[in-house]
Ligand binder design. Structure first.
Ligand SMILES: *Cc1c(COP(=O)(O)O)cnc(C)c1O
Length: 584
């Protein structure tokens, strides 16, 4: 029998305090005494320490204790957030990725991996760098300036290079309106305000007025409080998200003293949140989705919230699946824990805000009418149909907006302040946006919402009824429809669609495709359904094995065995963007 069991039999109870008094037994009355002995003992040790340790030693120990305390709090928060199993899974994943990276970089494999990557990069370059036999290469500035005619001819030829046919609405998103009349108006607006810069409101007072009115119009559409609602125009959805996250970080620091900010966003939130976390040093938590609705799981969001949380977020709708998160539920959490809530309506823009007016009454609340919502981003350059480079970030109150400003009263260049990331800003873009809003008007946006959402719902219903091989993800209510499949390889489907001129967006985790229906694609839905059916027949009956580059690429991205390879390919893609004819 072990010593321990023996000791139990003899009435000796194991206790962490037993070292205080070896005759200690489990006697309830003795607890006060043993506690006082414990406290006395600790005090004695403390006095001993204070007498003997040097000041430096004490500082060192203090720092160590603070660091240890922080480490343990973070660890506990993460374990609470992800659950013990979830946390172990995250650790295992990180460790296996680390080990695989070591293996892939090892002497034996590095050469092979490099070769594979080089082959893929070469293919990438071939598909992106389109030869221009009739337009000369200008890798350095021409010695003598060209004539206007020469330049315009070159421009026309560059515009006519073979490209994905957005004109027929066969590309997901990308060009949201594309009507000739609107393009003409926007070009004329650019012409008038070509030189405008919002950095100089005194030089371009008209642009200041237009920018203020864009913000006001969009605030009104999203039911912002009339007395306190405010915002600014930005260069696009990503900038709007970056500013919302920056504002939340600064707000948390300024008003709550949070020094190690964290955010909680759905797994389906736009990568702009990850970018913000990366740029601004915010710890980002991705909350799981409900497996039926594909909305963010509120219980998980709640678990991930802690005293360092500066922002929680939801999308209306999200980019991958076009699903609107339960913003009402998120708003309740935000109010309960007094944390700002951002709603990403970058994509929803002038669709989600027009659903009610267009007669789609199944749309839940998502905007400032929910009192927990503190900021909303809306891309005027998506369903607002403004020229690219235009979005609006809105706040419930001025305090939040001030947290995104940059002010500097000590610069040798003078008193400096700037509301967003850029210094100089192209005023022409705001002018193009303002002109577009006025041209389309309330009636125009109601009409386009009816058409676009109508087409998206037609796509959803026809896939559900007529193509059993495809499964719609969740129940999308607006303009984006995503589908996956357990019968066919979705990436092979994607490649075959591309061959027929249709470019849907590829998604992962789970493998899926989506179409963001635009004004241009509304009349092509029936054609898309026909093509989908025909390709699926080919894929499933003939059992045709096609060599799918997309499947290969997503295979690489989704596998731990190829850790780091997908990142290298993305980097190579970015490098390709800047290749000229003289690049090696
Ligand atoms: C497009 C999009 C963004 C980012 O917009 P960019 O204009 O591409 O920077 C953010 N969120 C969602 C949901 C989007 O669809």
């Amino acid at each position: 029998m072990s010593e321990y069991l023996k000791s139990l039999q003899s009435g000796y109870t194991f206790s962490p305090y037993s070292y205080l008094d070896s005759s200690w037994t489990f006697d309830i009355h003795s607890i006060p005494t043993s506690l006082s002995i414990l406290v006395q003992n600790l005090i004695n040790q403390g006095i001993n320490y204070l007498n003997s340790a040097s000041l430096l030693q004490m500082l060192k120990d203090g720092l160590f204790i603070i660091t240890l305390f922080k480490f343990i709090t973070t660890l506990l928060n993460d374990i609470i957030g992800y659950g013990i199993i979830g946390y172990i899974r995250i650790l295992l994943h990180l460790v296996s990725k680390f080990v695989m990276q070591l293996i892939l970089n090892s002497f034996f494999l590095k050469g092979k991996v490099d070769k594979e990557v080089a082959i893929t990069v070469h293919k990438l370059e071939e598909s992106l760098i389109v030869p221009t036999p009739t337009v000369p290469n200008f890798d350095v500035i021409p010695e003598k300036g060209l004539t206007d005619t020469e330049i315009l001819n070159n421009l026309q030829e560059l515009a006519d290079l073979k490209h994905s046919e957005w004109e027929k609405g066969k590309v997901s998103g990308a060009v949201y309106h594309g009507g000739d009349e609107l393009i003409k108006l926007q070009s004329n607006a650019f012409k008038i305000f070509c030189v405008a810069n919002q950095l100089h409101p005194d030089v371009f007072p008209g642009v200041r007025k237009m920018e203020a009115e864009i913000v006001s119009i969009v605030l009104n559409l999203f039911n912002a409080p009339i007395d306190t609602g405010c915002g600014s125009t930005t260069s696009g959805g990503t900038e709007s998200l970056l500013l919302a996250c920056l504002s939340a970080k600064i707000y948390g620091y300024r008003y709550k003293g949070i020094r190690e900010p964290e955010m909680v966003v759905p797994e389906t939130a736009h990568a702009g949140f990850d970018k913000a976390a990366y740029y601004f040093g915010i710890k980002l938590h991705h909350a799981r989705l409900d497996s039926n609705t594909y909305k963010v799981d509120l219980k998980h969001v709640k678990k991930l919230i802690n005293s360092n949380t500066v922002l929680i977020a939801g999308s209306a709708p999200n980019f991958p699946h076009g699903i609107i998160d339960d913003i009402e539920g998120l708003s309740k959490l935000a109010l309960k824990y007094k944390i700002p809530l951002h709603v990403d309506c970058c994509l929803g823009s002038f669709i989600v805000s027009y659903m009610k007016k267009a007669g789609f009454n199944d749309i839940p609340l998502f905007d400032f009418r929910l009192t927990g919502v503190t900021s909303i981003s809306c891309d005027t350059h998506k369903y607002g149909f403004a020229p690219k480079g235009s979005s609006v970030i809105m706040y419930r109150n001025k305090k939040l907006r001030e947290c995104q400003y940059y002010v500097n009263s000590e610069w040798t260049g003078g008193l400096y302040g700037s509301p967003t990331f850029a210094g100089s800003r192209p005023g022409a873009l705001s002018v193009g946006c303002w002109s577009t809003l006025l041209k389309i008007g309330d009636d125009g946006y109601i009409q386009s919402c009816k058409e676009i959402v109508g087409a998206a719902r037609l796509l959803k219903e026809r896939i559900m009824k007529e193509i059993p091989e495809l499964e719609i993800i969740g129940d999308p209510l607006t303009s984006v429809i995503a589908f996956k499949s357990s019968k066919i390889n979705i990436y092979e489907l994607s490649d075959l669609l591309s061959k027929q001129g249709w470019h849907l967006s590829a998604l992962q985790k789970p493998a899926a495709l989506h179409l963001a229906v635009t004004k241009l694609s509304t009349s092509s839905i029936d054609e898309l359904i026909d093509i989908l059916k025909q390709i699926i027949v080919d894929l499933s009956t003939k059992g045709k094995v096609i060599k799918s580059d997309t499947a290969a690429l997503y295979g690489v991205a989704g596998s731990v065995q190829t850790t780091g390879v997908a990142d290298r390919l993305i980097t190579a893609f970015l490098n390709t963007l800047y290749k000229t004819s003289t690049d090696p």
